[in-house]
Design a protein around this ligand. Sequence first.
Ligand SMILES: [Mg+2]
Length: 220
Amino acid sequence: MSLIILTKLKLILKMMTKIFFDTEFTGLKQDADLISIGLVSECGKTFYAEFTDYNFVKCDDWIFENIIKKLVFNDYPKSGIIISNDPAVFRMKANSLSIKEQLEKWFSQFDKVEIWSDCLAYDWVLFCGLFGHAFNIPKNIYYIPFDICTLFKIKGIDPDINREEYADMNSEILKHNALWDAQVIKKCYNKLMSNEMVCEWSTLRACKFVFCYISMARPG
Ligand SMILES: [Mg+2]
């Protein structure tokens, strides 16, 4: 019996970990460069990095004002630095190659990973590009990424809904910080899925009520 319980526990521990991520980049165009990347696991482990090798020329005024000016490591040297080496709260500023290497290490703490983001068409291509090719992303990452836009649509909510308001995480200062945005995505996902659980519970209770009613009404 204890062997069965242990096997089940091992299976539970080997379940897919959801990782929510967001990136900031030099523009909504094909040759964009990454400016920053933020990831948060469902268990709360975070990775945040700012890039030093993106092309400034590709950035327009909006990106300078809303993204680059708000980067949290602007005062750190451009030569690259690991600010926190803790896999639970990893922080760095470096070039793409160093960030790719540290991301590989960070992902290795999870067994299997499922990636979630928001309007991720650009983010996902840039994420794969960081590893040189979609086939080169860490092997424990499921190759199909998921988008909360689709989840909003399925739940009957306008996918254009204000994410910060839905998540009750309004902050003009933190908005467009990749890690903050990743945390907003995570909160939206959890809220969308908890609604489903409540719904399922209500449906279950309604079914139970109808079943009881029919049983009581039945003669004999
Ligand atoms: Mg963002």
